[in-house]
Design a protein around this ligand. Structure first.
Ligand SMILES: Cc1cc2nc3c(=O)[nH]c(=O)nc-3n(C[C@H](O)[C@H](O)[C@H](O)COP(=O)(O)OP(=O)(O)OC[C@H]3O[C@@H](n4cnc5c(N)ncnc54)[C@H](O)[C@@H]3O)c2cc1C
Length: 398
């Protein structure tokens, strides 16, 4: 008998999802998820997992059924995410499903919805986010990439920076200036651009951990059809801010944090019994565990009261701030616990004769890269200082 996942009780739902995920997640996908050192998992593994989810109608649990989502209530969406995290499923990237999808549903034309949403789900289109520029990060409203209307096209000139995964993407959603006024409220538009249009150049940036995740994107006289605008011309600022709420708050930080905490405790308890550093870290871990639990209740409460709408206003700044700072604290503890072994792993990369003393080798390297990569989590999507400003103004009314 086929169980209706939208109406069955929550424990049956959890059991069904556990059975689905463990039955479809190969050991290599699980390994990729477990050793992921960033919000972006290994690209091929992530796309493979997205295809599996898509072919079972589960690529976008939070989307309404009419757009190819599951139409589940908030509790089911969170259970789905908890199960995926606890079994180390690769995390799907946020730019298409979490960020652009809901924006197209709210502001897109019927043609944009019917053409683009299915391609986001299937992974045929892979989107990146073109907001930041060399002189416009926190002060995003000062961006200068220009789009001039010429007949049926906009001609775009300028550049974007820190564009995550642009080197894997075929499309970019961009903020562009379409009028000379200084106020972003009536001079910026939200434009969809194919990255294979003549005049677009993507240059990867090699980051501190040696990986390429971010790029620069240059636009020189790039012709973009006018129907690629989302919302009205010069009225893209509200679209832009709405997308940022989905970026910061659409996630459930507690889910990944709980798993990270579990793995760190498991490591500490199996390898470091009686170790002086591990003893010292115990209290810190307990404090973090309490904070993760508070965040869990906060995010569950927000999800329930917003009835599944991931646009949660300034609360998205609160969860992003708490979630990312807790993630960094956990990475710091993970590094302290592994101590010099992290350095041994680095030497091992240089020394072909080194044989890891224990099978934790890959995980030590992952802990180190995760620590480095996660330093950026309080920068991207708006820095921690900017989130504090928003919380002060919009939540505390200071
Ligand atoms: C790993 C990574 C991935 C990214 N991915 C993307 C992406 O895919 N797409 C995209 O568009 N962008 C992306 N970004 C860019 C990111 O959004 C910006 O880096 C961020 O908004 C900060 O801008 P900035 O780097 O120009 O720093 P600045 O804005 O120059 O800030 C410098 C410092 O000043 C502080 N500061 C600035 N203004 C204020 C203020 N008013 N009050 C208090 N403090 C302030 C900041 O907090 C920061 O500490 C990414 C960045 C990183 C690091």
């Amino acid at each position: 008998m086929k169980i209706d996942l939208s109406t069955c009780d929550l424990s049956t739902f959890r059991a069904q999802i556990e059975s689905f995920v463990s039955g479809n997640l190969s050991s290599s996908l699980q390994q990729a998820g477990r050793l992921s050192t960033s919000v972006f998992c290994d690209f091929r593994a992530m796309m493979e997992w997205q295809k599996i989810l898509h072919s079972n109608g589960m690529a976008a649990p939070s989307w309404p059924i009419e757009f190819g989502g599951c139409g589940w209530d908030p509790e089911r969406i969170l259970v789905f995410r908890e199960v995926c995290a606890s079994l180390d499923a690769p995390q799907l990237t946020s730019m298409g499903i979490q960020m652009l999808g809901p924006i197209l549903m709210s502001y897109g034309t019927d043609a944009q919805k019917s053409e683009l949403l299915p391609r986001i789900l299937s992974g045929e289109d892979f989107w990146c986010q073109g907001y930041s520029e060399p002189s416009a990060g926190s002060d995003l409203g000062s961006l200068s990439t220009k789009a001039e209307r010429k007949g049926d096209f906009y001609v775009v000139n300028g550049s974007k920076i820190w564009t995550s995964l642009a080197h894997h993407s075929n499309k970019i959603f961009c903020l562009v200036r379409t009028a000379k006024e200084r106020s972003p409220k009536n001079s910026i538009s939200f434009l969809l651009i194919d990255l294979d249009t003549p005049g677009v150049e993507v240059r990867p940036i090699v980051s501190l951990d040696g990986a390429v995740e971010q790029c620069e994107v240059f636009f020189t006289d790039v012709k973009v059809p006018v129907q690629n605008i989302v919302g009205e011309e010069n009225d893209g600022w509200k679209v832009a801010l709405s997308l940022l709420e989905h970026e910061r708050g659409g996630a459930s930080y507690y889910v990944g944090l709980q798993r990270k905490l579990e793995l760190i405790k498991e490591f500490s308890e199996s390898y470091l019994v009686g170790n002086i550093v591990a003893e010292r870290c115990k209290d810190e871990l307990l404090d973090i565990e309490a904070d993760v639990l508070s965040l869990t209740y906060l995010e569950r409460g927000i999800a329930k009261s917003s009835e599944g709408d991931s646009r949660i206003g300034a609360l998205s700044s609160l969860t992003k701030l708490i979630g990312t700072e807790l993630g960094q604290k956990l990475d710091e503890i993970s590094l302290s616990l592994r101590g010099r072994d992290v350095l041994v792993v680095m030497e091992h990369e240089l020394d072909p004769y080194y044989i890891g003393e224990r099978l934790e080798c890959d995980k030590d390297a992952a802990a180190f890269n995760s620590y480095i990569n996660n330093r950026a989590s309080t920068i991207y999507g708006g820095t921690a200082e900017i989130q504090r400003n928003i919380i002060a103004k919009k939540i505390l009314m200071l």
